[in-house]
Design a protein around this ligand. Structure first.
Ligand code: MRU
Length: 354
């Protein structure tokens, strides 16, 4: 199944609970839009495109939950629900992008009855989800051209089918290269503290039969310096007009070490992740998550951090960092590969004229 789907029978949003993977596979169905918002916050679903599609379905769900009998009141309820969903996580711009897309549908004055608007919202969410899969395929195709037969690729976080509606972004490039018959090997960053690499990326690669090995995040420099990796591929949660990239914490040091060693470093993003309204990466809101995500790690069945640190929450947990554009070799989109100067190429990518 897709990472996020509409359940018509239950009138709700079905997700895969990514917190339990790879050991357990559960498909909870949410019939309350506020619970969909909490599922995004708690990372039942995560990854920028998946968050966007989930929010879209969540807003369609809010339409069905609303008791409004006319279009004006339904619009008001939907707007309120959008405010709740928008607050679920701050960094991935796809969340607000998807909600705004549905709100534009809600604002049209072509609805004779409230139920027409309800159906229009659901149809838009379905279209958005279907488009996500199609454009991930295009990104995969565009990116696979940059992958050489025999390459070893370092990948950070999870950017596969689980991070999108299906297929994925950076991992989608790897899937596409594999489908083209290229022999590739992936060094998978574990991605502390939530281990999206170790739990999710490794699981997806295993299912596709793609050669991989897990590495501790801090081992990437070792392999880059020895010439044992030829390419780095990551996703993004938000790319600003100048090409700065917010992505999972640990992306920035990976990019710096890749540059130091002359290894190409690409971010792979749908154009919905590009935020031309922000001039540079310092303006991106960076999510700070619960310190206990860091403090809760266990070693040999025991908590790693001393009891006092756990009790007082003595940890810092920024969920993303910003990689300055100068460390990127290019930004792979569904509309082609943007290269410096990014202010020009990203605007063209978004306009579809790259
Ligand atoms: O905190 P997460 O797991 O939602 O972070 C996900 C990432 O950082 C991904 O790299 C990004 O969303 C791109 S996913 C296609």
């Amino acid at each position: 199944m897709r990472t996020v789907e509409w359940d018509a029978q239950a009138v709700g949003v079905r997700l895969i609970d990514q917190r339990l993977l790879p050991n357990q596979i559960e498909y909870p169905v949410y019939t309350d839009y506020a619970a969909v918002g909490r599922a995004i916050t708690d990372m039942v679903v995560r990854g920028a495109p998946a968050i966007g599609a989930t929010a879209a379905y969540g807003l369609a769900l809010a339409g069905f939950q609303s008791r409004a009998g006319d279009v004006v009141n339904l619009r008001r309820d939907v707007q309120q629900a959008a405010d709740v969903l928008r607050a679920a996580r701050p960094t991935a711009v796809n969340l607000g992008w998807a909600l705004d897309r549905l709100l534009r549908v809600a604002a049209q004055d072509s609805y004779a009855a409230a139920d027409d608007l309800r159906q229009a919202l659901l149809a838009e969410a379905q279209t958005l989800a279907d488009e996500d899969v199609a454009l991930n395929r295009r990104m995969g195709f565009n990116g696979a051209a940059l992958v050489q037969d025999g390459d070893t690729i370092i990948h950070h976080c999870n950017t596969g089918a689980l991070a999108a509606v299906d297929f994925g972004t950076a991992l989608g490039v790897i899937f596409a290269a594999h489908e083209q018959g290229k022999e590739i090997h992936v060094l998978v960053d574990e991605t502390r503290p939530r281990l999206q690499g170790a739990r999710l990326t490794a699981w997806e690669l295993e299912q596709k039969g793609i050669s991989f090995e897990l590495i501790a995040d801090n081992a990437a420099g070792f392999f880059l310096k020895r010439g044992e990796a030829q390419l780095c591929l990551v996703g993004a949660d938000r790319v600003t007009a100048n090409g700065d990239v917010a992505n999972k914490i640990g992306t920035y040091p990976l990019a710096v070490v890749a540059r130091e060693n002359g290894v190409p470093f690409y971010s792979v993003v749908p154009t919905s992740t590009i935020d031309l309204s922000l001039a540079h990466g310092d303006l991106i809101p960076i999510e700070r998550r619960d310190p206990h995500e860091v403090l809760g790690l266990e070693f040999a069945g025991q908590p790693v951090a001393p009891a006092g640190a756990r009790q007082h929450g003595r940890a810092r947990n920024p969920a993303f960092d910003v990689t300055p554009a100068r460390y990127l070799t290019g930004i792979i989109t569904e509309n082609g590969v943007a290269r410096p100067p990014y202010t020009l190429s990203l605007a063209r990518a978004v306009a579809g004229t790259l």
